[in-house]
Design a protein around this ligand. Structure first.
Ligand code: WQD
Length: 343
C-alpha cells in the first residue's frame, strides 16, 4: 500500500506538525497524520494539501485512547512515529496541571507502547529547551544539566524524555530521538501554514503579528532591566521550516539505521542569541511597519537568557538552520496577513 517509509505524525495538523508533514513529503516519505483537532482547527491541514497539491492521509484519533492508538499501529506499517500530540501553554499548565499530565503523558505512553508492540522501531519526541531551565552556562549543550521544571508543561517534557529513554533501554525493541526545540517562530514561505494560537497569544511572535494586524492594541515587552546588552531577554529563535527539516534529518537517521546510540538528544536552535527588543526592531524594519509596544514589568517565570549549542546536530544530523531572522519574520507577517484575508 505504501511504496516509501511511512511516518506517523501524531499531532500533524498543528503548527510544527504541519510544517514537518510538508518537509517529510517533499523529502520523499509517506506521511500519515493522526490528530483529533482538540488544539487546532483544519486551517493548517488544508494548507498542507494546497502546498503539496495532494491530500495527506488523516486519521482522526485521540492518542490518549489506548485501543484506538493500538489499532492504528496494528493497521499501518509505520516505520517511524513523530510525537507532537501534546498541550503546550506553559501558563495554563500551571493552573490546570492534571490536564497536562493526563494528556501529554498518556498520549506518549500509548504511542510508545503501541510502537513497541507492533514493531515500529523509531520514535521521535518533540522536547523543549525548557528542560534546561535557567542554565548557568550559555550556550547550552545536550550535556547541560536539566534543572527542575517550573511548570507542569516543563515537567511533562522532562518526564516524557525519561519515559522514552527507559523504554529504549529496557528491551531494545525501539530507539528514540528527542529534539529539544528552542523558540520556534515563523511560517512556511507559501504563507499557507503557520502558527494559529487560540485566544490571546502567550508567545512573542504571534503577539507581535496580531498587534501589527490590529487584533491586539499593544505589545507588552516583559522586562527592560535584565542583565543583557539591551535589558530585554535573550532567546534562540528557530525558524519553523528549519526546525521541520531537523525532523526529516532525525527520521532519516533512524530509518536508515544510522543512530550511534539507541537514544539520542539534539538541540534544535540557531546557536545565536537574539534579544526581544532586537526581534521587535527587526520585525518593524523587515516588514516596513511600526509596532505599538511598551516595556512593562518582567513576566514571572521568564528566564533571562538561553541559546543553543548546535554542534551536535550539525555533526550527527548534518543539519543547520539556514533561514535568516529577516526571512522568518517576513514569513510570520505574511502568514498573519494571509489569515486576515481569509476573514
Ligand atoms: C519569549 C520572550 C518573554 C510575549 C515558551 C516556553 C517554551 C516553548 C516556547 C512551547 C520572553 C517575551 C513574550 C509578550 C514579551 N514552548 N515576551 N511579550 O517563554 O521563551 O518559551 O515558549 O511550546 O517551552 O517556555 O517564549 O515566546 O513566550 O517569550 O516580551 O507578549 O518574549 O518575556 O522573554 P518562552 P515566549
Amino acid at each position: 500500500m505504501f511504496d516509501k517509509p511511512l511516518i506517523l505524525v501524531a499531532g500533524g495538523a498543528g503548527y510544527i506538525g504541519s510544517h514537518v508533514t510538508v518537509e517529510l513529503v517533499e523529502a520523499g516519505y509517506e506521511v500519515l497524520i493522526g490528530d483529533n483537532f482538540s488544539n487546532c482547527d483544519r486551517t493548517c491541514y488544508e494548507g498542507v494539501k494546497q502546498i503539496l497539491g495532494r491530500e495527506v492521509p488523516l486519521v482522526e484519533i485521540d492518542f490518549c485512547d489506548r485501543t484506538a492508538t493500538d489499532n492504528l499501529f496494528a493497521t499501518y506499517p509505520i516505520a517511524a512515529v513523530i510525537h507532537f500530540a501534546a498541550f503546550k501553554a506553559v501558563g495554563e499548565s500551571v493552573t490546570e496541571p492534571l490536564k497536562y499530565y493526563r494528556n501529554n503523558l498518556l498520549s506518549l505512553l500509548n504511542v510508545v507502547e503501541s510502537a513497541e508492540r507492533h514493531g515500529c522501531r523509531n520514535i521521535l519526541f518533540s522536547s523543549s529547551a525548557t528542560v534546561y531551565g535557567e542554565a548557568e552556562v550559555q550556550p547550552v549543550t545536550e550535556q547541560s544539566p536539566r534543572l527542575p521544571a517550573t511548570s507542569a508543561y516543563g515537567q511533562t517534557k522532562q518526564m516524557s524524555e525519561d519515559i522514552l529513554r527507559d523504554v529504549v533501554a529496557s528491551k531494545g525493541l525501539v530507539r528514540g530521538i528527542a529534539l529539544r526545540y528552542f523558540n520556534p517562530i515563523g511560517a512556511h514561505p507559501s504563507a499557507l501554514i503557520g502558527e494559529l494560537p487560540r485566544g490571546v497569544p502567550n508567545n512573542l511572535v504571534p503577539y507581535i503579528t496580531q498587534t501589527a494586524v490590529g487584533k491586539r492594541q499593544m505589545l507588552s515587552i516583559f522586562g527592560g532591566d535584565y542583565p543583557t546588552p539591551d535589558g530585554t531577554c535573550l532567546r534562540d529563535f528557530i525558524d519553523v521550516v528549519d526546525l521541520a527539516r531537523a525532523h526529516v534529518a532525525a527520521v532519516t537517521r533512524m530509518v536508515e539505521d544510522k543512530m550511534e546510540q539507541p537514544y539520542e538528544i539534539f538541540n534544535v536552535g540557531t546557536g545565536k542569541p537574539v534579544s526581544v527588543m532586537q526581534l521587535v526592531e527587526a520585525f518593524e524594519r523587515v516588514n516596513g511597519l511600526k509596532l505599538n509596544y511598551k516595556i512593562v514589568d518582567r513576566r514571572p517565570g521568564d528566564i533571562v537568557a538561553i541559546w543553543a549549542d548546535t554542534s551536535l546536530a550539525e555533526q550527527k544530523l548534518g543539519w543547520k538552520a539556514t533561514r535568516t531572522l529577516d526571512e522568518t519574520l517576513a514569513s510570520a507577517w505574511a502568514w498573519e496577513c494571509h489569515l486576515a484575508e481569509q476573514k
